[in-house]
Design a protein around this ligand. Structure first.
Ligand SMILES: Nc1ncnc2c1ncn2[C@@H]1O[C@H](COP(=O)(O)OP(=O)(O)OP(=O)(O)O)[C@@H](O)[C@H]1O
Ligand SMILES: [Mg+2]
Length: 276
């Protein structure tokens, strides 16, 4: 259930924290305006306003329990399927409110795909994992399915799986490969946005490096938003950074600017490993 507690057309309020302008303004893929999120009586996101630029990598950072995963879930309405949440405020994707009652949620999730921290593969073959979303979207043509599966694997630098692993059980693969397969499956449906919740949290350094390289490469074609607990990873991969604490957005902007000249003392303390 979503209630609109304010005028979604209102101009930026004092809560808005936009990207630092280091060049021409980037178009926003998402505009989040005065978003609050309640679980029961508890407010887990607090009056949060944030622009997420298109074709950039945005990293969400902050202490555990700060609301990063909740925020990510709101962006593709994964929360609809989980705990009933109550939201106020607006989230637009390319200018359209994603919580309008006439929004096709399945289509939204094809446009805005999600990858979780733990590799999530289905108990089927590598090929069937890759084409799961396409089949769900009604694609039946075998040649199309094979073509899209191959393209997704190659995008994730997993072309080696094409040789003899398409028929293998996805869950027989090492965890790192399963996570990259999860990303390939998400990409196979052709999303415009890829959300990743701490995608390398449980992985070895080599796989972490491959996923970081992939996130960086993907921004040529799509918008990436990811959660990380690694400040180094946020610095390496993102151009845009948002720091959450206790459900509030403390500061957001150009990654280099935040690391070198944050506006908020709390951001400085967090980024330098000291507590607020
Ligand atoms: N299903 C739920 N039921 C009750 N409380 C929840 C639920 N999901 C999240 N919360 C609460 O919402 C707050 C934000 O949690 P969230 O998981 O979004 O934080 P996070 O920043 O992703 O943390 P972490 O870094 O540990 O992943 C926390 O206080 C958490 O306990
Ligand atoms: Mg989380």
């Amino acid at each position: 259930m979503v209630s609109q507690a304010h005028d979604p057309n209102a101009s930026s309020g004092p809560q808005r924290i936009a990207a630092e302008a280091t060049g021409p303004a980037l178009p926003a893929k998402f505009e989040v305006t005065q978003l609050s999120c309640f679980i029961g009586a508890r407010r887990v996101l607090r009056d949060l306003s944030l622009s997420i630029p298109a074709r950039r990598v945005t990293a969400l950072i902050g202490a555990s329990g700060g609301g990063k995963s909740t925020f990510l879930r709101v962006l593709n309405r994964t929360h609809d399927a989980a705990e009933p949440l109550r939201l106020t405020g607006t989230v637009t994707l390319d200018g359209e409110d994603i919580h309008r009652p006439d929004v096709d949620v399945q289509r939204l999730r094809r446009r805005v795909a999600m990858v979780f921290s733990q590799p999530y593969t289905f108990d089927t073959t590598v090929f069937e994992n890759l084409v799961y979303g396409l089949r769900a979207a009604g694609v039946r043509d075998r040649a199309t399915l094979e073509d899209r599966a191959e393209t997704a694997l190659r995008r994730c630098d997993l072309g080696a799986l094409l040789d003899d692993k398409l028929g293998a059980a996805a869950r027989s693969l090492p965890l790192g490969l399963q996570q990259r397969l999860s990303i390939a499956r998400a990409l196979a449906v052709g999303p415009e946005v890829l959300l990743l919740d701490d995608p390398t949290g449980s992985l070895d350094p080599a796989t972490t490096g491959a996923i970081e390289a992939l996130m960086s490469a993907l921004r040529a074609q799509l918008t990436v938003v990811f959660v990380t607990h690694s400040l180094q990873q946020a610095a390496r991969v993102s151009q845009h950074l948002a720091y959450f604490d206790e459900g509030a957005l403390i500061e957001a902007g150009d990654t280099r600017v935040l690391f070198t000249r944050p506006k908020e003392r709390q951001t400085l303390l967090y980024l330098t490993g000291r507590s607020a």
